[in-house]
Design a protein around this ligand. Structure first.
Ligand code: SF4
Length: 344
C-alpha cells in the first residue's frame, strides 16, 4: 500500500449491447455544485455498488484484512509504509506472536522491538520506537482502549493523517475516504479529476458511500492496486468502472504518477484484445456495431472510426484471429458493409 504518511511521518513522530455508455452531459453531475469540479456519473449508487461487489467477489488476501483489531491494523499500516506487502505478512505475523496486544508491546523492552525491526529489514527503526511509544500512550492516556477517530488517532506517536484514517477505517469503520497515490490515479482516470489535492479529497469523499469506510477504502485501494495500476489491466481485471471511465473511453491512461502513456493499455494491443473478446461474445458484427464496443468514442468518420478499426481487424485477420467479409460474401472496401467474426 502506498502511504502518503511515509515521508511525512519520518522527520516527526506526529507526523454492453448498447455501446459501453458514454453518459450524455445530463447523465452526469458536478461535485457539490462546483462548476469547475469534474462531473461524476449521475448513477453514483451503481458506481459504488459495482466497486464493492467487485471487491467482495475477489480480492487479495492479507491477514490484516481479516481483523478489526486496531492494534493489529496499526502494526500492519506502520510496517507497510516502506515495505512491500508480501514481505510485510511474515513480519506482521511474527510481531504479533511476540507482542500480541498493545499492552504487551508497551511492556516490552524498546531495544528488543527495534532489534525485531532490524532483523526483519523493515527500514527506518524510528518506526519501531514510535510504535512502542504509541502502544504506551494507549495504555497510559487512553486506558488501554484505542481512540476511534482519525483526529484522536493522530495523537499517537508516529501516526500521521493517512495512518490514522486507515486505522479508523479498517478497525472502526469510522474513517474518511482514503486519498493515496493509487486512489488519485483511479479518480483521475475514471472521472477526470485534475491533479489537485483538494479536488481529489472532494471527489473521494463524494464517491464514498457514507459509513462504509472499511469496505470502501479497501475496495478503491484494491482497484488501484490490482486493476488500475501504472499499467492498467481494465479488461483482464474486470474493472467494474469501465462503463463510466473516462480513460477507458478515450484510451488516455496517463495519470499524475504516470506522465506518459503506459505502453500496454495505450497500445493497439489492448484494442485488439477488446475486438477478440467482443467477437467471442457476439460471434459476428458489422464494423459500426463492433466499434463502439471497442472504444466508447468510436465514430464511423472520426479519428477512431471505420478506418482505424478496419486497420485493427485487418491486423487480426493477418494473424489468423478474425475473418473480415462483406455482408454479401465478397470482400469489399465499403467498410460499413463489412462483417467481422472470430476465426474458430
Ligand atoms: S477502466 Fe481501466 S483506467 Fe478506468 S478505472 Fe478501471 S482500470 Fe482504471
Amino acid at each position: 500500500m502506498t502511504d502518503p504518511d511515509a515521508a511525512a511521518d519520518e522527520p516527526s513522530p506526529h507526523s454492453d449491447p448498447a455501446p459501453p455508455g458514454e453518459p450524455s452531459p445530463s447523465d452526469r453531475s458536478s461535485v457539490d455544485g462546483d462548476a469547475d469540479a469534474p462531473e461524476l456519473p449521475a448513477d453514483l449508487d451503481a458506481v459504488r455498488e459495482e466497486l464493492i461487489d467487485w471487491y467482495e467477489a475477489d480480492h487479495r488476501e492479507f491477514p490484516w484484512r481479516r481483523t478489526a483489531d486496531p492494534y493489529e491494523i496499526l502494526v500492519s499500516e506502520v510496517m507497510s509504509q516502506q515495505t512491500q506487502l508480501d514481505r510485510v505478512v511474515p513480519a506482521w505475523e511474527d510481531f504479533l506472536d511476540e507482542w500480541p496486544t498493545a499492552a504487551s508491546l508497551a511492556a516490552a523492552d524498546r531495544a528488543e522491538v527495534v532489534a525485531f525491526w532490524s532483523d526483519h529489514s523493515l527500514g527506518y527503526n524510528n518506526r519501531a520506537k514510535y510504535l512502542h511509544e504509541a502502544a504506551g500512550q494507549v495504555q497510559t492516556v487512553y486506558g488501554g482502549e484505542f481512540p476511534e477517530s482519525p483526529d484522536e488517532l493522530q495523537e499517537l506517536m508516529g501516526v500521521g493523517p493517512y495512518t490514522a484514517n486507515a486505522v479508523a477505517s479498517f478497525a472502526f469503520n469510522a474513517g474518511d475516504a482514503v486519498v493515496d497515490t493509487n486512489v488519485k490515479r483511479v479518480l483521475h482516470r475514471a472521472f477526470g479529476v485534475p491533479d489537485d489535492d483538494d479536488a481529489f479529497a472532494r471527489v473521494a469523499a463524494r464517491v464514498m458511500p457514507e459509513g462504509t469506510s472499511r469496505v470502501w477504502n479497501n475496495a478503491i485501494m484494491e482497484l488501484g492496486g490490482v486493476a488500475c495500476g501504472t499499467t492498467p489491466r481494465c479488461d483482464e481485471a474486470g474493472c467494474p468502472w469501465r462503463e463510466w471511465c473516462s480513460a477507458y473511453r478515450t484510451g488516455d491512461f496517463t495519470a499524475p504518477d504516470v506522465p506518459t502513456q503506459p505502453s500496454f493499455e495505450g497500445s493497439r494491443r489492448q484494442f485488439r484484445g477488446r475486438v477478440v473478446r467482443t467477437l467471442g461474445e457476439f460471434e459476428e458484427l458489422p464494423l459500426d456495431e463492433l466499434g463502439p464496443r471497442v472504444r466508447v468514442d468510436y465514430a464511423p468518420d472520426g479519428e477512431y472510426g471505420r478506418e482505424w478499426l478496419r486497420g485493427l481487424v485487418e491486423d487480426l485477420a493477418a494473424d489468423g484471429l478474425v475473418s473480415v467479409v462483406e455482408e454479401g460474401g465478397d470482400r469489399t472496401h465499403a467498410d460499413d458493409d463489412v462483417l467481422v467474426s472470430l476465426r474458430r
